[in-house]
Design a protein around this ligand. Structure first.
Ligand SMILES: Nc1nc2c(c(=O)[nH]1)N[C@H]1C(S)=C(S)[C@@H](COP(=O)(O)OP(=O)(O)OC[C@H]3O[C@@H](n4cnc5c(=O)[nH]c(N)nc54)[C@H](O)[C@@H]3O)O[C@H]1N2
Ligand SMILES: Nc1nc2c(c(=O)[nH]1)N[C@H]1C(S)=C(S)[C@@H](COP(=O)(O)OP(=O)(O)OC[C@H]3O[C@@H](n4cnc5c(=O)[nH]c(N)nc54)[C@H](O)[C@@H]3O)O[C@H]1N2
Ligand SMILES: [Mo]
Length: 805
């Protein structure tokens, strides 16, 4: 097992994703966490009907699962949760919180599972055991004291808790009187939740697993499949073997996009067979996707314009008819033969019947300047024309994306640009095509679906009022960013966290942490210790809960919970292993107890009955959203789960125009336009290693990128290293170049020369979060712009102080 070390090893990795490296890594973590047997048994049931749903990513759970529907990172997440190690009262007795502040993220979580409710004692500066009932009584009292202005309290959720818990949690917040329900989604796919409703009238992706079986071309943009949702590699591998083409857009040649060896296939393992996934990875500059996509659309529109000018109808199902040319398109149809076919480069029938905004969008593309496109995207005109050519000759195209698109100043426009490209040839609402937002946390999409949202228009407030007889608040609540701002200004005084590690995940760490310490009340419902617990409010509670893999026994017997996958299916999940401690309570039980302590009695909300039998919560969910959840209790345990109906899949567009909208972007660079090309300024993208889940650091080995023993590195292009007079292995400081009166630096990162476009650098999240200003976020969605922070790199006086690593 790799820990932080004094002699880190940087050595390029040339193996595939999956393969023996993955098997080895899996055995290591099961052994280290002391759960080789129990963990091994549990894993047979992961992501399968009747089993539990993985606590790592949200990727789809197939109706016909593989023998083991798991991946290296899913196993790490499982082992991490069911670990034999404990953070019990003796642990806290041995350490003051001031002392724990010096511990690395890795060490805090690695210490083990929380076992008992704890309250911070200011006299001893330690968390000390407290009885559950006493904890709820005091938390209730504190919340009541703030209830004259309920917006002083924030109810955060981190994306993992079940549909049942999440439904109860949003009801608690709204019955308390606030829509302050930010979610990790605010830092993640909020750009999607804002972009897609405007474009196609749904808030989630449209692709299904069946679509993978029919797609001809898969565009893979700004997502790291080998680390972030490795099970998707099975679908990609199967598609490629069937003859589909995958084209990647990523500043980094992420290994999972390049090649994959299925660790579950004895044949592939024995004969050392691996599959090349992407036929090309275009190393777009970070923030360069609008430009790249504009170039592709420009080439397509030019080819189409030309066809129209010649008065011909052109067939695109005849790639042999597409000849290369030197004009804007880079290709055109050969006139004589093409007249036999009846479609053009663009699907004009679809555009006419189903879309709005095409004329303006096409004009924007025609006017766009190739010089600017090339400069901002870092890709050549020829490369983009080549992609356009592939796109025009593919019948069914799907586009898959992740944080590389959403976490930008123009993250919403990034997503909408990808949709624009799909709309040009009717690639939404047909088999084998569509848009696929790969979500992060295992139930982050579902939490939004059951009402965890700060936006009142997205919650069924009238329905809640009718069902529960209270007047829900109608004004907007805080997002992650505005929650931080209001903590800093002192308007927010209490923070209840349903999971997560808010201060570490949010931007502007030092400022947010300082504000966090001034909170009157901090309550964490959590499984493991992290920095957001060690730093705390004046009154601070740690409420340890069951994890999803554990058996959840309530008055009517063992309970099942449910969640929504990235592909909009609802699945049941059954705990399999003994709880880490007999003192743990379930998340629904904790939420209900806080509600009962903080709210005036309301006989219409049956908190106790819900805790006794979670199927009754599901019935309430179904009653709240009948169209979405019809049959939840009956269907969630079926193979494939309950499919959520999505209008866009049927080409019904629930947008204001009643059509799918082409939305013309307002900027070419998705980051801060004024920072592009500024002398000495590089664009920092913050990344996950293959050995972490968000702020949870499993270890210090980013196998695919060849970095071992440290996380304090910066990936740089050789030309940038030379231009700045630096060299490999030197230590540098990064300083943010955004003038807002705050100075932001991270010191002592080791230079790793890397295949990354010139002008772009990469470094790990959360170590570099102090560099991200709170105000640096998407214009519409407020998603922090973690993927393009303008920074300067200078030679460091010394290596980074240990704590940050
Ligand atoms: N093992 C593991 N699994 C996870 C997580 C984890 O931390 N570890 N986190 C979970 C969560 S909450 C989420 S949201 C997802 C995150 O999964 P991803 O979306 O894969 O997130 P990141 O690792 O941040 O990396 C995004 C990718 O975008 C690329 N990129 C960066 N900037 C740009 C850009 O401007 N344009 C393009 N085209 N690409 C860019 C990066 O090189 C990287 O490959 O994964 C989930 N699953
Ligand atoms: N610089 C930078 N910052 C980023 C990102 C980035 O790419 N770059 N990505 C952003 C993204 S996409 C996200 S989603 C956020 C993540 O932000 P969060 O969701 O707030 O953070 P996590 O690290 O996932 O939270 C980990 C903690 O969750 C708790 N936990 C784990 N399992 C359970 C459970 O079953 N129940 C409960 N109650 N608690 C549990 C444990 O205590 C653990 O320490 O970070 C964001 N921050
Ligand atoms: Mo996320």
């Amino acid at each position: 097992m790799t820990k932080a070390s004094d002699t880190p090893r940087i050595k390029p990795y040339d193996g595939p994703s999956g393969g023996y490296g993955s098997v080895k890594s899996v055995a290591e973590i099961l052994t280290r966490e002391g759960v080789l047997l129990e963990g091994g048994e549990a894993l047979l049931h992961q992501n399968k009907p009747g089993g539990y749903m993985c606590v790592s990513c949200a990727w789809a759970k197939p109706a016909k699962p593989h023998p083991l529907e798991i991946c290296e990172n899913g196993v790490k997440a499982t082992a991490w949760e069911i670990t034999g190690k404990k953070v019990d009262p003796e642990f806290f007795q041995a350490h003051t919180l001031t002392e724990l502040e010096d511990w690395l993220d890795y060490r805090l979580e690695e210490a083990g599972r929380l076992t008992q409710p704890m309250r911070w004692n200011p006299q001893t500066d330690k968390y000390e055991p407290v009885a559950w009932e006493a904890a709820f009584e005091e938390i209730g009292r504190e919340l009541k004291a703030l209830s004259a202005d309920p917006d002083q309290v924030v109810f955060y959720a981190s994306g993992r808790a079940s549909l049942e818990t999440s439904y109860m949690y949003q009801l608690l917040a709204r019955a308390y009187g606030t829509n302050n329900l930010p979610d990790s989604s605010n830092m993640c796919h909020e750009s999607t939740s804002v972009a897609l409703p405007q474009s196609i009238g749904v808030s989630v992706g449209t692709v299904t697993l069946q679509d993978f079986e029919q797609a001809d071309l898969i565009l893979y943009v700004g997502h790291n499949p080998g680390t972030s949702s490795p099970r998707i590699l099975h679908q990609l591998q199967e598609a490629v073997k069937r003859g589909a083409t995958v084209i990647g857009f990523n500043p980094l040649r992420e290994r999972g996009l390049e090649r994959f060896k299925n660790p579950q296939s004895p044949r592939e393992m024995v004969v050392q067979q691996e599959t090349q996934i992407a036929s090309a990875i275009h190393q777009v500059r970070n923030g360069g996707d609008i430009a790249a996509l504009t170039g592709i659309c420009k080439a397509l529109i030019a080819a189409d314009d030309e066809a129209i000018a010649r008065g011909e109808a052109h067939g695109t199902d005849r790639p042999d008819l597409l000849a290369k040319t030197e004009n804007d398109a880079g290709f055109s149809m050969e006139a004589a033969a093409a007249s036999a076919a009846n479609r053009r480069v663009l699907d004009h029938d679809f555009i006419a019947e189903h879309t709005a905004g095409f004329v303006e969008f096409a004009e924007y593309c025609r006017r766009a300047d190739w010089g600017e496109i090339e400069q901002v995207s870092g890709l050549t005109r020829a490369a983009l024309q080549e992609v356009a050519h592939r796109y025009a000759t593919a019948d069914r195209v799907m586009a898959i994306y992740g944080m590389g698109l959403t976490q930008h100043v123009a993250g919403v426009e990034n997503v909408q640009m990808l949709v624009n490209l799909l709309l040009l040839r009717g690639n939404i609402g047909k088999a084998g095509a569509g848009i696929c937002a790969v979500r992060g946390h295992s139930n982050v999409q579902g939490q939004r679906t059951v009402g965890i949202t700060e936006k009142p228009e997205l919650a069924p407030l009238d329905q809640l009022k009718a069902m529960y007889g209270f007047e829900p608040p109608r004004h907007e609540g805080v997002t992650t960013v505005t929650a931080c701002e209001k903590m800093i200004s002192g308007e927010v005084k209490a923070f209840v966290a349903l999971g997560g590690n808010f201060v570490r995940a949010a931007p502007d760490l030092p400022r947010v942490e300082a504000a966090w310490r001034r909170l009157r009340l901090s309550v964490a419902i959590a499984t493991k210790l992290n920095r957001s617990h060690v730093v705390h409010g004046e009154v601070a509670y740690l409420l340890p809960c069951l994890g999803r893999i554990e058996i959840d026994e309530q008055a009517t017997g063992p309970q099942i919970v449910s969640m929504e996958s990235s592909l909009a299916h609802f699945h049941g999940s059954v705990g399999r292993v003994r709880p880490a401690s007999p003192h743990l309570r379930s998340e629904p039980a904790i939420v209900a107890a806080i509600a009962k302590a903080a709210l005036p009695p309301n006989p219409l909300i049956p908190w106790d009955a819900w805790v006794a039998d979670y199927s009754r919560v599901r019935t309430a969910i179904e009653e709240t959203w009948p169209a979405t959840f019809k049959g939840l209790n009956e269907k969630m345990m079926q193979p494939g789960g309950l499919t959520r109906p999505l209008a866009a899949r049927e080409r019904k567009w629930n947008t204001r125009s009643g059509k799918a909208n082409f939305i013309t972007p307002t900027q070419m660079f998705a980051g801060r336009p004024e920072s592009l090309g500024e002398a000495g300024v590089l664009q920092l993208l913050t990344l996950r290693s293959n050995d972490q889940f968000n702020t949870t650091v499993y270890g210090y080995h980013d196998r695919f990128r060849g970095v071992k023993g440290t996380r304090l590195v910066v990936f740089m292009n050789a030309a940038d290293i030379a231009d700045l007079g630096l060299a490999a292995d030197m230590f540098v400081d990064l300083e943010t170049v955004i003038e807002d009166g705050v100075s932001r630096t991270v010191q002592g990162l080791r230079i790793v020369p890397y295949d990354i476009p010139k002008g772009c650098i990469g470094a790990y999240y959360p170590e570099t979060n102090p560099l991200v200003p709170l105000g640096h976020h998407d214009k519409q969605a407020h998603t922090p712009a973690y993927k393009a922070v303008p920074v300067r790199v200078t030679r460091a006086e010394r290596q980074s102080p240990a704590r940050a690593g």
